[in-house]
Design a protein around this ligand. Structure first.
Ligand SMILES: Nc1ncnc2c1ncn2[C@@H]1O[C@H](COP(=O)(O)OP(=O)(O)OP(=O)(O)O)[C@@H](O)[C@H]1O
Length: 250
C-alpha cells in the first residue's frame, strides 16, 4: 500500500501581486523518486519553500505525513540540500565532521551537546555517502563532488524520510553525476523518498520513478515513459521556448 507523505491540495501562492503557483494538486508517496522539472521562474523553488514551511500557501492546504503543515513538528523527517550548498572555499575552517554535525545542531539548537549517540549518527551518515575516510579533512579541501556528498550526509544525519535536493548536479562532471545518482538510488532503496529539482530532464527520465513538470501549474505528474510520450511541441509550449532534451544512456 502506498502512503502519501506530502499532499498539496489546490495550493496557490502569490508574492505580492505575482502569482508563482496556481491550484497545485501534488502528492508524494513514500518511496517515490521524483524529478521536479520546469522552466526558469516556473515555481520549483517556491514549491520547496512551501514544503519546508518557509512560506505559507495563499490558498489551499498542505499535509506532511498526514498532518496539516502548521501542526507538523517532526522537522527531522525532511532533509534539504540547497543549490548553494557546495560553495565552501579552500581554507574554510570546518572539518567534514563539523559540517555534518551542523545537520543535527540546526535541528536541536546550537547549544545542544553532541552525545555519543549523535556522534554515531554523524559517522553513520558519512559512511552512507562513502566519505568515512575524510572525517577530519577540511571541507574546503574536497572536490565539488565530494563536498556534495558531505552536504547530503549533513541532510541525512537527522534521519529524514524525505530528502529534497535543489539542482544538485549543476557544475558536476558526467562521471560524478553518475556516481551521485548511484548514491541516490542506494538511499532510495533504503526507503528515503527523494524530490530532486533539476533542469536536466534527460538524466531525470533515466533515474526518477516519476516526473513532475511545473510551470505555475502542475502540467504533468507521472512516470518517465508517459513523460517521454509527450510530444516535443507540447513540451516546448509548456516551457515557452523550443526544447532540446539530451538523453543520457547508461
Ligand atoms: N522573493 C520573491 N519575491 C517576488 N517574486 C519572487 C520571489 N521569489 C520568486 N519570485 C517569482 O516567483 C516566480 C517563481 O520563482 P521560483 O524561484 O519559484 O522559480 P524556479 O522554478 O525555482 O526558477 P529557477 O529554475 O530559475 O530557479 C518567478 O516569477 C519569480 O520571479
Amino acid at each position: 500500500m502506498t502512503h502519501a507523505i506530502v499532499e498539496m491540495n489546490n495550493v496557490s501562492f502569490h508574492y505580492g501581486d505575482r502569482q508563482a503557483l496556481s491550484k497545485i494538486n501534488f502528492t508524494i508517496n513514500e518511496g517515490d523518486f521524483i524529478g521536479l522539472v520546469g522552466p526558469n521562474g516556473g515555481g520549483k523553488t517556491t514549491l520547496i519553500k512551501l514544503l519546508l514551511g518557509m512560506e505559507k500557501p495563499t490558498n489551499g492546504s498542505i499535509h506532511l505525513f498526514n498532518k496539516p503543515i502548521d501542526k507538523f513538528k517532526q522537522k527531522n523527517k525532511l532533509g534539504y540540500v540547497s543549490q548553494k550548498a557546495n560553495t565552501f572555499n579552500r581554507g574554510f575552517p570546518a572539518t567534514v565532521e563539523e559540517v555534518v554535525t551542523m545537520g543535527l545542531t540546526s535541528k536541536l539548537g546550537y547549544f545542544h551537546r553532541v552525545s555519543r549517540q549523535d556522534k554515531e549518527k554523524i559517522h553513520h551518515a558519512v559512511e552512507k555517502v562513502g566519505m568515512e575516510n575524510y572525517l577530519n579533512e577540511n571541507i574546503g579541501d574536497l572536490s565539488g563532488g565530494q563536498q556534495q556528498r558531505i552536504f547530503i550526509a549533513r541532510a541525512l544525519v537527522s534521519e529524514p524520510n524525505l530528502l529534497i535536493l535543489d539542482e544538485p548536479t549543476v557544475g558536476v562532471d558526467a562521471e560524478n553525476v553518475k556516481k551521485f545518482f548511484d548514491l541516490l538510488h542506494v538511499l532510495n532503496k533504503q526507503n528515503i523518498t527523494l524530490l530532486l529539482v533539476t533542469h536536466d530532464i534527460g538524466t531525470m527520465t533515466h533515474h526518477a520513478s516519476k516526473i513532475a513538470c511545473l510551470n505555475k501549474t502542475l502540467h504533468f505528474h507521472g512516470n518517465p515513459n508517459e513523460f517521454q510520450s509527450i510530444s516535443k511541441d507540447e513540451l516546448s509550449e509548456f516551457y515557452g521556448h523550443p526544447l532540446h532534451i539530451v538523453t543520457h544512456d547508461h
